[in-house]
Design a protein around this ligand. Structure first.
Ligand SMILES: C[S@@+](CC[C@H](N)C(=O)[O-])C[C@H]1O[C@@H](n2cnc3c(N)ncnc32)[C@H](O)[C@@H]1O
Ligand code: SF4
Length: 359
């Protein structure tokens, strides 16, 4: 792939150009701290029998408590309304650095509505934060602050062009989000686009027109994440078909061959997930301190809350160990995101000490 492929060379150029102002900070955080220092710490802990994730996902607020949109597909709607205390956020950041992780994904709700967002970036300059955002709140002030805090990157969420994005997110959201993308592009701040793939938008978001649109906006990373029917109002009929899922296999090659964009595909919720990283490479902290193995599996170990427990106590919990034991076998479709919402599985989750996290 890397050998003389024009689009890969163009991608390297795009990374270099768009990471212009934040280049030094990114290299230092990612390569020196996270990869070199972090792997030494993680290896030591693994020898002592612990599983240390390589990234932590943190929901700063629930959609009820901190979001300006009401998206119909939102997996997070349904969690009890709450915003994370700054003390808890600081504790998580301190612990993940001590574990050599140095990478935190910020979710919500809408992370840009979290009042003390800029404070945490300043307090932990050696951690790289990636905030998933609906993109509607990016303005000159946000851009100015991002120039100061070079340890924050944004991932803008879209569901395709105007009709599809506005169908799931509300009237006018596509325009606002793409305005945000243009501001980031003009400021030479790198960003990612995350597209939730559904049965309805499938043809559009896998089309050359959409990939060209991402390219025209100088998107550096593009993630395609399959719609998973959880949340307040799940829609199983929006999930992609097996045939569409197979079609996604070729998408990565198409992007790498023709566009200077680094792609990734999350097959969450589909029957073709074969093994997964939940509770192993990553886990999710809800804004009230409970921990989920996966964003899309709304269960948490009953006895664990990061307000009083450590990250290692969470990853060592019986529930997390059970998730790892099952996904390790690698049976297609047997993953927390697939089975967690099934009423027949409730007893199994309860047996390993887990309780539901959403209504
Ligand atoms: C819950 S949102 C929080 C961050 C921010 N408010 C946003 O919309 O990007 C995080 C990401 O999950 C995606 N998402 C929401 N519900 C989903 C679902 N049911 N299945 C798959 N992805 C989903 C969103 O589109 C977004 O990219
Ligand atoms: S997907 Fe994001 S923007 Fe939409 S309601 Fe959920 S948290 Fe808010």
């Amino acid at each position: 792939v890397w050998n003389g492929n024009r689009s890969v060379i163009d991608w390297q150029r795009r990374v270099y150009q768009s990471y212009g102002p934040s280049w030094r900070r990114t290299v230092e955080n990612l390569f020196v701290r996270r990869i070199l220092l972090g792997s030494i710490i993680r290896r030591k802990l693994a020898k002592a029998g612990h599983t240390v994730p390589s990234l932590v996902m943190v929901s700063l607020n629930t959609p009820d408590a901190g979001c300006n949109l009401i998206c119909s597909h939102c997996y997070a709607a349904g969690h009890e309304s709450n915003s994370m205390s700054y003390e808890l956020l600081r504790k998580i950041c301190q612990e993940q650095e001590a574990l050599g992780i140095y990478q935190v994904i910020l979710l919500g709700g809408e992370p840009l509505l979290y009042k003390r967002l800029w404070e945490i970036l300043a307090e932990f300059p050696h951690t790289t934060f990636i905030a998933y955002t609906n993109g509607t709140l990016i303005d000159d002030q946000v851009i100015e602050r991002m120039r100061t805090h070079l340890n924050l990157s944004l991932s803008i969420s879209l569901e395709g062009f105007k009709a599809n994005t506005d169908f799931y997110r509300g009237e006018g959201v596509f325009e606002q989000a793409t305005r945000g993308m243009r501001l980031l592009q003009q400021a030479r701040l790198p960003f990612m686009v995350t597209t939730t793939v559904t049965r309805k938008n499938f043809t559009e978001v896998t089309s050359d027109e959409y990939l060209q649109f991402l390219d025209d906006h100088r998107t550096v990373f593009a993630t395609f994440s399959c719609y998973t029917p959880v949340g307040r109002d799940p829609h199983p009929e929006w999930q992609i078909s097996d045939q569409q899922s197979e079609h996604l296999d070729g998408l990565v090659d198409r992007i790498v061959d023709h566009y200077p964009i680094m792609p990734s595909i999350g097959r969450n919720g589909t029957g073709r997930v074969n093994g997964c990283f939940a509770a192993r490479q990553y886990f999710h902290v809800l804004s009230d301190g409970r921990v989920e193995a996966c964003l899309f599996a709304h269960w948490a170990p009953a006895e664990i809350n990061l307000n009083r427990n450590t990250i290692l106590e969470a990853t060592d919990s019986l529930y997390f160990r059970s998730v790892r034991a099952v996904t390790e076998i690698g049976v297609a479709g047997v993953t927390p995101c697939r089975v967690a919402a099934s009423p027949s599985m409730a007893k199994t989750f309860q047996k390993v000490g887990a309780v539901p996290t959403s209504r």
